[in-house]
Write a protein that binds this ligand. Structure first.
Ligand code: NDP
Ligand code: CA
Length: 328
């Protein structure tokens, strides 16, 4: 694949242990539901044959296998059985949580509901707890879910809280408010189950960094999260880059230019809406999978015969920081 893991130059040198065993590779990917991609999305510049499941399926597996993530967070999964079966020989175990009233069920030839999936390498992690919930908006259940696993990292014995979600889609002020309310409920849920453990929260938030939910996530007073793909160091404690400005705005400004890029009837849709958030004090980002350039994508953008989804997979190498206090 013409994408590579790019080292982050500013990361501090590891203070303890073997470098590799302390680094966890996390993937975030909205894989594009097969039912929605072929029936609902109306990708006007994508050849119909590129949406065929027999074409997309090997591309999806190739992308997952090539990245070799330790933890995989996926959305719009409407072929979980297939993924589980295909990834099991590669050493993955996983969970899946469907949406309560998936739009997939209303299209012809669907393969059941779509939902969030969370997979991990069984040689590196052991499942300790699993939790699922429907996200609420003003105490009313919505059609969006969160899937959470507490995983024990065998190399260090530390437990991590890993969660994934796919927030409400569509543009407009009401939808943006809904996403923010879902974000608040999501963070409540994550905090309740994290119990002080380091958190990894990856998903399709359907929200640009300028939306309220981005701020809601980064300003959560207890979870203290940062965004892996933001070039800003995410240190909100020192006022961000030290310019006395708004650290969340600095982080938003430093997000990539897009995580999804497609062509619909109304034109090109190029947005940053997918994120990998992590506990600031617990990890350093040591490398990131670069995003395909506009040139690599071509005029049809995605999906295509090379990229099976309209969203691009994100991959972050997160190095666990030493939990022990510095010796005096
Ligand atoms: P969302 O609004 O969250 O979106 C559902 C999916 O649609 C997402 O996977 C989203 O992808 C995709 N999507 C976003 N924008 C577009 C677009 N412009 N064109 C095509 N697809 C798009 O849906 P909810 O889960 O809240 O479910 C509501 C939907 O379910 C309704 O919109 C309806 O279509 C369907 N439904 C239909 C019923 C029926 O009787 N026919 C009954 C109940 C639900 P992404 O996140 O990648 O943007
Ligand atoms: Ca979609």
């Amino acid at each position: 694949l013409p994408r590579r893991m790019v080292p982050v130059p500013t990361v501090p040198r590891p203070q303890w242990g073997n470098d590799d065993s302390n680094t966890i590779r996390v993937m975030q990917w909205n894989v594009l539901s097969q039912a929605l991609g072929t029936n609902n999305d109306n990708f006007v510049a994508c050849p119909e044959a590129a949406l065929d499941w027999n074409v997309r399926r090997p591309l999806m597996l190739q992308e997952l296998a090539a990245a070799c993530p330790d933890i995989i967070c996926l959305q719009e999964v409407d072929h979980y059985k297939f993924l589980e079966t295909a990834l099991s020989p590669l050493g993955y175990r996983g969970l899946w949580e469907p949406k309560p009233d998936s739009p997939c069920l209303y299209v012809q030839d669907n393969n059941g509901p779509d939902g969030c999936a969370l997979l991990w390498r069984a040689d590196k992690f052991t499942l300790v707890e699993e939790h699922r919930a429907t996200l609420h908006v003003w105490r009313i259940p919505s059609n969006q879910v969160v899937l959470l696993a507490v995983l024990r990292h065998e190399a260090t014995g530390r437990e991590l809280c890993v969660a994934t979600t796919h927030l409400k889609a569509r543009a407009g002020a009401l939808m943006s408010t809904m996403r923010n309310e879902q974000g608040r409920d999501l963070l409540r849920f994550v905090q309740a189950h994290a119990g002080g453990r380091p958190v990894l929260l990856a998903g399709d938030f359907n929200a640009e960094p300028s939306e309220p939910v981005y701020r809601t996530v980064l300003q959560h007073p207890a979870l203290r999260l940062a965004s892996a793909y933001s070039k800003d160091d995410g240190d909100l404690d020192d006022g961000g880059d030290g310019d006395g400005g708004d650290p969340v705005a600095d982080s938003a400004q430093a997000e990539p230019a897009y995580t999804t890029w497609k062509v619909r009837e109304e034109g090109e849709q190029c947005h940053t809406i997918d994120y990998i958030f992590y506990t600031r004090s617990a990890f350093s980002v040591s490398a990131l999978l670069d995003l395909p350039t506009g040139e690599a994508l071509g005029p049809g953008r995605a999906p295509s015969f090379r990229y099976p989804s309209d969203h691009f997979s994100l991959c972050a190498d997160l190095r666990l920081r030493d939990p022990r206090p510095e010796p005096r």
